[in-house]
Design a protein. Structure first.
Length: 298
């Protein structure tokens, strides 16, 4: 009876909770470096924009390609975390045409640099590359080249998102979350993303603001939501292969209302929440509350 009274006192509170706010940690990260790759002819002056206020993607009116580079540091996230959601927020500050073009993000496969080059005016043509800059031919100017001009990256994009005119854009995909999960397990392989636009047609270039932009409000940032909570089979009380949700709470209340578990019953394992072979008792409630406090199931 004491267990029933104790459980009843918390049941209403449990039902009022949602898993969205439980067991999840959200962090906002600023890039540790960003840059633009400006396509130039072999032998031409290498250009970059390491300290510039903007980066570019797509193809210019003169049919010259632009690709953005961006990297984040994930050391503040526990290595055992499970990444639930990743969103990159960008501000598009100029569009070559009044239309929508796809932006694609790819995981980069080699380290690259950010020097002190700083383009002037609208920055679309870049500035002479300085030591350590990423350029079209060199990932670290002037001596360390890309294996292929324009950057080394995974061919399949982690995200494809339509981008229209000047505005803020939230870029989110399972692919971005998978990339961050991969980098947590392999931090030495974290070289960030390369961002590409429509490279098939001229006049499709778009400009975005960088971490160096004087207007803090338009700088890019990455939102990462993760959990270090338990796995699904520890929380999925009603065995519907869903994360711990109100239906799991209802299942627990239903089981408890039927009284103690009968060992020969087929439902015994559903009621013995802490798997101690005992009937559904206060210890099972403690186990249930402990699991619930860890947050949503993955």
């Amino acid at each position: 009876m004491q267990g029933a009274i104790r459980f009843g006192s918390v049941a209403c509170g449990l039902l009022a909770l949602t898993t969205a706010a439980l067991g999840q940690v959200s962090v906002e990260l600023s890039p540790i470096k960003d840059n633009t790759l400006y396509q130039v002819s072999p032998g031409a002056t290498a250009t970059s924009n390491g300290a510039g206020q903007h980066f570019f993607i797509g193809k210019t009116i003169q049919s010259s390609l632009r690709r953005g580079l961006m990297q984040f540091n994930f050391s503040s996230i526990p290595q055992n975390a499970t990444i639930l959601e990743v969103t990159l927020t960008l501000h598009c500050s100029r569009s070559a045409i009044a239309g929508t073009e796809d932006l694609k993000m790819h995981r980069v496969l080699a380290n690259w640099g950010q020097g002190t080059s700083n383009a002037n005016t609208n920055e679309g043509q870049g500035a002479t590359a300085t030591n350590g800059d990423a350029t079209w031919f060199n990932r670290i100017h002037p001596v360390t080249g890309w294996l292929q001009a324009g950057g080394q990256f995974v061919a399949t994009p982690s995200l494809t998102k339509p981008i229209g005119n000047v505005d803020f854009y939230d870029l989110q995909s399972e692919g971005l979350a998978a990339d961050v999960q991969y980098w947590l397990a392999n931090p030495n392989n974290n070289f960030g993303w390369i961002l590409r636009g429509n490279e098939d047609a001229a006049a499709t270039a778009k400009r975005f603001d960088t971490r160096e932009n004087p207007d803090v409000a338009v700088r890019p940032y990455l939102t990462v939501i993760y959990t270090t909570g338990p796995v699904c089979d520890s929380i999925d009380f009603n065995n519907d292969n869903s994360f711990f949700d109100p239906q799991d709470i209802e299942a627990l209340l239903s089981v408890y209302s039927e009284g103690p578990c009968v060992p020969a019953s087929a439902t015994c394992n559903d009621i013995d929440f802490n798997n101690d072979g005992s009937v559904f008792d206060p210890q099972d409630i403690d186990a249930f509350l402990s699991v619930f406090s860890e947050g949503p199931c993955l």
